[in-house]
Design a protein around this ligand. Structure first.
Ligand code: ADP
Ligand code: MG
Ligand code: MG
Length: 198
């Protein structure tokens, strides 16, 4: 995992959140407070503002920097959740991780999100996507397979009843809408998978 690849991954993830801000906000307007797109866009722009300094750092520090910037900039529930993902990943991965190292790092990072949100899969959150993507990765699927698993997991939140976050206040009325955080996670997974593929 070279500096150049980290840079391309950072750019791709930031870009996907900026490009899909309207869509994310629309989903959050249906079952939340209508700010997930602006939250993620603010996070993405904050990371891009520090991009060159972040990318120049060793991988573990770069990932932790990303976590700190996201916590400080996203706001809302998603900030600390995405923040704990990258902070945990940065604390666990080695300087030059192989696939097994990434496996362990990602498993810990997804657990960190679950702990932070006190959430489990099936509760209609970003965790549904993160768990599916991590499981696809640990089962040895390639980039296309992981991207597909994440996208299916985001779709799978549509019929779910929300049990965490603001959407849970809607109870049955949360059914029939995709969870906004599930989509922002699936978009990020897809962006990273495409960088990894080439
Ligand atoms: P807020 O709800 O504070 O406005 P956002 O709109 O930015 O924050 O983020 C909402 C997303 O955060 C949800 O769609 C969901 O995926 C995720 N989320 C919220 N609460 C939790 C939680 N307790 N555990 C896991 N994910 C959560
Ligand atoms: Mg919101
Ligand atoms: Mg909010």
């Amino acid at each position: 995992t070279g500096t150049e690849q980290v840079g391309r991954a950072v750019d791709a993830v930031a870009r996907c959140w900026i490009d899909h801000a309207d869509e994310l906000t629309k989903l959050d307007s249906a079952i939340g407070d209508g700010d997930h797109g602006t939250n993620m866009k603010r996070g993405a722009e904050a990371v891009l503002a520090e991009r060159d300094a972040i990318v120049a750092r060793p991988l573990p520090s770069a990932l932790q920097d990303i976590g700190h910037v996201l916590v400080e900039s996203i706001g809302g529930a998603a900030g600390p959740l995405y923040g704990s993902f990258f902070l945990s990943l940065g604390r666990t991965v080695s300087l030059h991780p192989n696939r097994d190292d990434w496996n362990m790092g990602l498993r810990d990072a997804v657990s960190a999100v679950a702990r932070r949100g006190n959430a489990s899969p099936g509760e209609k959150t970003m965790l549904d996507v993160l768990v599916s993507a991590e499981s696809a990765f640990s089962h040895g699927l390639d980039a296309a397979g992981i991207e597909a698993a994440a996208s299916e997991a985001a779709e799978s939140t549509i019929p779910m009843l929300a049990r965490r976050g603001r959407a849970a206040f809607l109870s049955e009325r949360s059914i029939g809408h995709m969870d906004p955080g599930a989509l922002s996670s699936a978009l990020a997974v897809a962006a990273i998978c495409r960088v990894w593929e080439d």
